[in-house]
Write a new protein. Structure first.
Length: 355
């Protein structure tokens, strides 16, 4: 039965996303008819309702606070099956892209699958179910820690979960901004995104807490905790700041970002490349922010000597390092000489003055 819990969460998210009020927005990418795709957004509402229902069920004895911890392996297995079925259902009926089958299955064949006139967008739904189940896992893992240690619990657990909850909430708060990011613009939906959001996102992202929930209080210096929080929010400023600046630039090329950063751009042949502000530091400064946030989350637990807590930031390095090469190639093809000039002006790929 525990293996079916993820299915229940995913169905609940789908029902709530259809039932709760949402707002319609135009995205960045266009459909076959040349018009911009529309999206119905209410992810943050769905997130809070599901978490509230989980907390109410636990408070009323319908569900144990540590259920998701106790049955984490069975739940991960159930989610794995669902992720495979979802990926197969989306990829197999679609026309081949001309690439080998395994490449098609992994990367997908359809770029922007939507149903119900945009009421359900595959990418938005996948990221939402991943965020919701990850939050439930984090809360349940933390509850298991508290039930085990009581007043001797590790404060780092609460800092870690608090920072992660902020990360998930602000991601859903800025749903519209993500319609302008690489995932939505360039990626198709296959095993990578499908299985990734069904399984990898909600379970692997919790790996640091998974590895330390049964450990006691390491009694680290408050300075280490403060450094972890500072590292996290430094990364958040870079990542969120860069994405917001590019979002505003694409919506209105004349708008000052945050009311102070006047946009500077290379222009030609009806195209524009932003080269100022965050995007004058490095060509993928938002990726640096993602790695810093992940490192802050891992460090916050107070167990830097436990190797498993570093799997999460290492995953971001492994994901984003090759992605920046692919993104550069895509931008070179799209912007041509403008991108070549941008590379000359901003030679650093990710880390300003280093790489």
């Amino acid at each position: 039965m525990a293996a079916l819990i993820p299915a229940g969460v995913y169905v609940l998210v789908l029902v709530l996303s259809l039932a709760l009020p949402g707002r319609w927005v135009d995205g960045y990418v266009t459909g076959p008819d040349g018009t911009r795709l529309r999206y119905r957004l209410n992810g943050l509402r769905v997130f809070f309702v599901v978490v509230g229902l989980w907390a109410a069920a636990c408070a009323n004895g319908l569900l144990a606070w540590d259920t998701f911890w106790t049955h984490r392996w069975a739940m991960a297995a159930g989610a794995c099956v669902l992720g495979l079925l979802f990926s197969a259902a989306l990829v197999l009926p679609a026309p081949s892209t001309g690439k080998p089958f395994l490449a098609d299955f992994y990367l997908g064949r359809i770029a922007q699958p939507q149903w119900g006139g945009g009421r359900v967008d595959a990418k938005m739904y996948l990221y939402l179910i991943g965020a919701v189940l990850l939050e439930l896992n984090l809360l349940s893992f933390a509850a298991a820690h508290v039930l085990r240690y009581g007043q001797a619990s590790n404060p780092g657990v609460f800092v870690h979960v608090g920072l992660f909850t902020f990360f998930l909430c602000e991601y859903l708060f800025f749903e519209e901004v993500h319609l302008y990011t690489y995932d939505f613009v360039a990626e198709r939906v296959g095993f990578k995104l499908g299985w990734g959001c069904f399984v990898f996102y909600p379970f692997f992202y919790a790996v640091a807490l998974w590895a330390t929930a049964e450990l006691g209080d390491p009694q680290v210096s408050p300075l280490l905790t403060a450094a972890a929080v500072l590292l996290f929010f430094s990364g958040w400023v870079l990542s969120r700041g860069a994405n917001l600046q590019k979002y505003w630039f694409k919506k209105d090329p004349e708008r000052k970002a945050f009311g102070v950063l006047a946009p500077q751009a290379l222009t030609g042949q009806g195209k524009r490349v932003l080269i100022s502000g965050f995007w004058g530091l490095s060509r993928h400064v938002n990726y640096l922010g993602e790695v810093l946030m992940a490192s802050g989350l891992s460090l916050a637990l107070g167990w830097p000597g436990v190797w498993a807590v570093w799997l999460y930031p290492l995953y971001y390095v492994a994901l984003l390092w090759p992605r920046q090469w692919a993104d550069d190639a895509r931008c070179q093809e799209k912007y041509g000489p403008l991108w070549a000039e941008y590379v000359q002006r901003v030679p650093y790929r990710i880390i300003p003055f280093v790489y």
